[in-house]
Design a protein around this ligand. Structure first.
Ligand SMILES: [Fe+2]
Length: 136
């Protein structure tokens, strides 16, 4: 993975969705920076904790939006969230035991999953909201 930053192509067109995605991307980038600069394992673990906490918080607010808009694809979207949270929690556990160092492959996974999810399922939801608001 290389430097990961927000790109307008990731936009859903809704501040409520884009702003947390910007934060999520910057937290993944912080983790990448911490790891690639060879920071202390405890610093890397703290950075991963911040990412995990924010991910859980953000996914739960997306879940709230799905309920608010009665989004029909909520269940499958939430499964994608669960998958990512499980992976991040497993990494937290391994890192806290000191049994792994974050590999480039792991960082690539975090980045690629996030891009794929934002460009796929999240934009699909954004499109649904747009259609709803247009009353079509
Ligand atoms: Fe999502």
């Amino acid at each position: 993975m290389t430097h990961f930053q927000w790109n307008d192509a990731y936009s859903d067109g809704f501040k409520l969705i884009d702003e947390p995605h910007k934060i999520l991307i910057s937290l993944i980038n912080d983790l990448y920076e911490a790891q690639s600069r060879g920071m202390l394992q405890s610093t890397i673990a703290d950075t991963l904790d911040k990412l995990a906490d924010y991910t859980v918080y953000h996914f739960s607010s997306e879940k709230g939006l799905f309920a608010e808009y009665e989004y029909p694809n909520a269940a499958e979207h939430l499964l994608e969230h669960d998958y990512f949270v499980d992976k991040v929690k497993a990494l937290q556990l391994e890192l806290s035991k000191g049994s792994i160092v974050l590999s480039l492959k792991t960082m690539d996974f975090l980045k690629d999953w996030t891009i794929t999810h934002i460009l796929g399922s999240d934009q699909e939801f954004g499109e649904f909201v747009r259609q709803r608001e247009l009353g079509t």
